[in-house]
Design a protein around this ligand. Structure first.
Ligand code: HEC
Length: 107
């Protein structure tokens, strides 16, 4: 009986961790689509009219992906050249979700 209880607690913990992770990924994907895709494109490649004008790098490229989570979060928070700053518009948690989403674009 005790073993059964322990197994179900472990399974519940696993399920909870897993669902938070995928919920964060979905939140990041939704945010990206609504706030970022007009410049970076839904796939992050920057193949939009704005993206071409601004000479955006492909967010999934090695050059962008080699930067740390903190650096990527910094660009989103503070902006970079013509990239708008999202400080005050997005919470730190939302920015974290976006960084996670950008990691899924890695080739
Ligand atoms: C108005 C167009 C625009 C929008 C909207 C925009 N960006 Fe950007 N983004 C840029 C530009 C311009 C750069 C900087 C390119 C450069 O000069 O290096 C950039 C750079 C970045 C970088 C750094 C990439 C690199 O080359 O190292 C990240 C990460 C990024 N944007 C994420 C986002 C996220 C996440 C959002 C949505 C919250 C977003 N951007 C919305 C225009 C935009």
């Amino acid at each position: 009986m005790r073993i059964l209880l322990r197994t179900s607690v472990a399974m519940l913990a696993f399920a909870m961790t897993f669902s938070t992770w995928s919920a964060a990924q979905n939140a990041g994907a939704d945010l990206f689509k609504s706030k970022c895709a007009m410049c970076h494109g839904a796939d992050g490649k920057g193949e939009t009219a704005m993206g071409k004008k601004l000479a955006l790098r492909d967010l999934g490229s090695a050059d962008v992906q080699k930067q740390s989570d903190a650096e990527l979060a910094g660009f989103i928070t503070k902006g970079k050249n013509k990239m708008p700053a999202y400080d005050g518009k997005l919470s730190a948690e939302q920015i974290g979700d976006l960084v996670k989403f950008i990691r899924t674009l890695k080739k």
